[in-house]
Design a binder for this molecule. Structure first.
Ligand SMILES: [Zn+2]
Length: 188
């Protein structure tokens, strides 16, 4: 987590080091990968983890899906990084003005019943924040990261390692304007 946040500080300040992007590193990790963290991020083209955390090859195990939701396939992917690659921190990374969340908020307002699987995953966050003061998209983005953290921490795959303290699930919100990441606590 420290490495992630330090890399993000370099990115924010425009002092990129581009670590682990050399041919030597490529050769090193071709033999096997030991990423130090997993990141579940949105597919949004403005939120690529390797860039916003200033990291390179073999550093991050990344799952990206619109709205950074955790369905069974996503959980299984993250579980692989934990059980087989030795990852001990998983960051759920939402971002401000997320298009998937905007669609979910608007869909919810229209009370569409027949939404696709991605909006269905986002619906609990939208429902939980409906009528809350403040911006509905911003509220749902935050609620979604917390719900996904909870889904991961209570999943049959990861639960035991979270309880024993071997695995840390953390959450953050990426700010598209400043490049900063605000860390979220699991509960408000
Ligand atoms: Zn997004």
């Amino acid at each position: 987590l420290k490495l992630l946040l330090e890399g993000n500080q370099r990115f924010v300040a425009g002092k990129l080091e581009h670590p682990n992007q050399t041919p030597a590193r490529r050769a090193e990790v071709a033999k096997g990968q030991h990423p130090f963290a997993a990141v579940l991020a949105c597919s949004d083209s403005r939120t690529p983890p390797e860039i916003i955390f200033d990291r390179g090859l073999g550093d991050l195990f990344v799952v990206r899906v619109a709205g950074n939701v955790a369905d069974r396939v996503v959980i299984e992917s993250l579980d692989y990084s934990v059980k087989h690659l030795g990852v001990r921190v998983v960051m759920v990374l939402g971002h401000r003005r997320c298009g998937a969340v905007i669609a979910a908020v608007e869909g919810h307002e229209e009370e569409e019943k027949d939404v696709g699987p991605m909006l269905k995953e986002l619906d609990p966050a939208v429902a939980a924040t409906k009528g809350m003061p403040g911006d509905p998209v911003e509220n749902a983005v935050r609620a979604n990261v917390r719900l996904v953290m909870l889904n991961l921490a209570t999943s049959s795959e990861l639960r035991a390692m979270v309880i024993s303290g071997e695995l840390k699930i953390v959450g953050g919100i990426y700010d598209l304007d400043t490049g900063t990441i605000e860390m979220l606590r699991a509960k408000e």
